[in-house]
Design a protein around this ligand. Structure first.
Ligand code: URP
Ligand code: ZN
Ligand code: ZN
Length: 470
């Protein structure tokens, strides 16, 4: 690969906004040049009037996740290609250990699914679904392989659920080996009682998914996870935080100087319980935690959390299921036509995060341009041990770069998106700004509304420790 020069653009990182040209050689950024220079390159990209930003890093995706009797609709090939289209140049997906299985086997299986298929670089967290002596040993082996974070579930009894004892044991091990525990914090045992009671009353529509999964039960679980983490000293990262009660618990812990971190997702910033209405159409929006009742003010609190750094990251929790039949996996959302609790949980979004957060955050005046880059790229990289190779534009960093036109427009639609799912959660939304050109390790993979990459461009990312841990 020869040299590439991105010329005439405004380079934006988490800390700088500068008029500079970016020189790339052998997949890395090798120089940031003032405008007056005589450097030439084999390929030139004209970025005049555009922002030159680090590629997005989405640290919460579920390609091909087995869930609710089916599989998430995007494969590593389709999902990472869609991510690239939307300005994301690295993902951290979730490998799965199911009950009775070894965690290392789960990791190898997910490596097999991804290898040779990805458009962009990828790493893995490990879902530990069975905490026992062998799993605790394997956690160290996984850290050695670059899997430095483990997701646990206080939700989904009988599926991924871990009780407090298992969580405590995994946290103790995590603290010992330099890992981060990622927590799905909802009180699944209490929620299942409310689900059963709702179904007994004949409340079967998708809206009841949102009604029974009470925000207070996310707050309670978040508080409990924090207290368990405090006992052990392990860094705790609350995934897909949706409720103001959960945010309050995170704020309190952070104010006390604890190693507690949290992400939210676009769906919680832009959508609400109302989307779960409208009969079975609401199934499109069934995810957990659920979309919240806007009259309770969750969205506004989440934006505030992003402004004050009480929330550090926006990821997507991309986990798409089709409303109609999936060509390979068959019935998906329709599995819950007569019972909301059987609707596979999850929503598409890996392609939309960069554009939605720029529009709702920067264009609508809620966050600065630097903060946008921090939330979308730099902090995810540092949180999960990939910085400064990823998450910034600096000498020596991978040339994962987005040329973004702030004056362009993007219309979101199922007709034009690249995710392998038959609906968009943001159908018809018009966004300010457009992802124009995307480079992955110096190779242009999206330009002029064309995909130029190939499966296998992306490589496995061996990650280090959480770089925020005090
Ligand atoms: O509804 C969701 N979030 N589905 C994906 C699995 C998870 O809990 O992250
Ligand atoms: Zn989850
Ligand atoms: Zn998830």
């Amino acid at each position: 690969m020869g040299k590439t020069l991105i010329k005439g653009g405004t380079v934006v990182t988490a800390t700088e906004i500068m008029e500079a040209d970016v020189l790339i050689d052998d997949g890395k950024v090798v120089a940031l040049l003032g405008r007056e220079h005589s450097v030439d390159a084999d390929e030139q990209i004209d970025a005049t009037g555009k922002y030159v930003m680090p590629g997005g890093i989405d640290v919460h995706t579920h390609m091909e996740l087995p869930f609710g009797g089916t599989f998430a609709a995007d494969t590593f090939e389709t999902g990472t290609r869609a991510a690239a289209w939307g300005g994301t140049t690295a993902i951290v997906d979730f490998a799965v250990q199911t009950k009775g299985e070894s965690a290392m086997d789960g990791f190898e299986a997910w490596m097999g699914k991804a290898e040779g298929n990805c458009a962009i670089d990828y790493g893995f967290h490990m879902i530990t679904g069975d905490i026992n002596e062998q799993t605790l040993k394997e956690m160290q082996m996984l850290v050695d392989e670059g899997v430095t974070s483990f997701k646990m579930f206080m939700a989904y009894p009988g599926v991924f659920y871990s009780d407090d004892g298992d969580i405590l044991r995994a946290m103790q091990k995590g603290a010992e080996i330099g890992a981060t525990i990622c927590m799905h914090a909802e009180n699944g045992i209490a929620i299942d009682v409310l689900v059963e009671q709702a179904l007994q009353r004949g409340e079967t529509d998708p809206i009841y998914h949102g009604i029974v999964r009470k925000s207070v039960l996310e707050g309670e679980a978040t508080h409990r996870a924090i207290k368990l983490a405090e006992l052990t000293g392990v860094p705790l990262y609350i995934v897909h935080l949706s409720a103001r009660e959960a945010l309050d618990a995170v704020i309190q812990a952070r104010d006390e100087g604890k190693n507690v971190f949290a992400e939210t997702c676009p769906q919680y910033l832009f959508l609400s319980l109302d989307n779960l209405g409208n009969g079975f159409d609401g199934a499109k929006y069934v995810c957990s935690p659920p979309l919240r009742d806007e009259s309770e003010g969750h969205q506004q609190r989440l934006w505030q959390g992003l402004q004050t750094n009480d929330l550090q990251v926006v990821s997507t929790d991309h986990c798409p299921f089709c409303m109609g039949d999936h060509p390979q996996f068959g019935t998906q959302k329709q599995l819950g036509r007569d019972d909301f609790s059987k609707i596979p949980n999850g929503m598409p979004g890996v392609e939309n995060r960069f554009g939605l957060i720029y529009n709702g955050g920067v264009a609508e005046g809620r966050i600065s341009l630097n903060r946008f880059v921090e939330i979308i790229a730099t902090t995810p990289a540092r949180m999960f041990g990939m910085y400064p190779r990823k998450g910034t534009i600096a000498i020596g960093s991978d040339a994962d770069i987005v040329v973004f036109d702030p004056n362009g427009r993007t219309t979101i639609s199922v007709d034009t998106h690249h995710m392998a799912v038959d609906y968009s959660a943001y159908e018809g939304w018009e966004l300010q700004g457009k992802v124009e050109t995307v480079l992955s390790k110096g190779k242009t993979i999206v330009a002029n509304d064309e995909y130029l990459g190939s499966p296998g461009d992306g490589a496995y990312l061996r990650r280090g420790e959480n770089q925020y841990k005090i």
